[in-house]
Design a protein around this ligand. Structure first.
Ligand code: HEC
Length: 133
């Protein structure tokens, strides 16, 4: 009976763990934009920019596959036209990139790599794009 009592006590915990693991954040699913709103002001100095943040992250982690300079097998399956080597090429994919590089289970790059800090800095820059402060 003692065992049973213990089990009954723990049961809600098991349930919480199970529910916590379910459904959310599936790979490739869109993540609401508010997830990316930075906790900091967008007017921090020095300002995050394409040059000091966006380009570095994308060059280090993405353009090995997502570059208009690459074709065929050299793209390792990255869809044609989904290229990020300039800010103009990157912009139309901003939201998809946020969804794939952020969240609890980022799915790009496919093999992982960027540290949590790198991802956060990059996503702070994308979140501040087009915002005054
Ligand atoms: C090793 C090659 C490789 C690297 C490096 C890579 N990708 Fe991809 N990417 C792929 C492949 C393969 C697909 C198509 C399959 C898929 O969507 O998972 C893809 C698809 C995408 C798509 C289009 C599909 C969608 O969800 O809208 C986006 C956006 C994307 N990647 C972003 C990124 C970003 C951002 C990085 C860097 C952080 C990155 N990728 C790094 C191979 C790569």
């Amino acid at each position: 009976m003692r065992f049973l009592a213990k089990y009954t006590l723990l049961k809600p915990l098991f349930l919480i763990v199970l529910v916590g693991c379910g459904g959310e954040g599936e790979v490739g699913q869109p993540i609401p934009p508010e997830t990316f709103q930075p906790m900091v002001s967008c007017s921090e100095q020095p300002a995050l920019s394409w040059e000091n943040t966006g380009r570095l992250f994308l060059t280090n982690w993405c353009t090995g596959c997502h570059s208009s300079q690459l074709s065929g097998k050299a793209r390792f399956g990255a869809p044609g036209g989904v290229d990020f080597e300039t800010e103009a090429l990157f912009l139309p994919f901003k939201e998809r990139i946020e969804a794939r590089t952020g969240g609890e289970r980022p799915s790009m790059p496919p093999a992982g790599g960027p540290s949590q800090e790198e991802r956060e800095l990059f996503l702070r820059w994308t979140a501040c794009l087009g915002r005054a402060n």
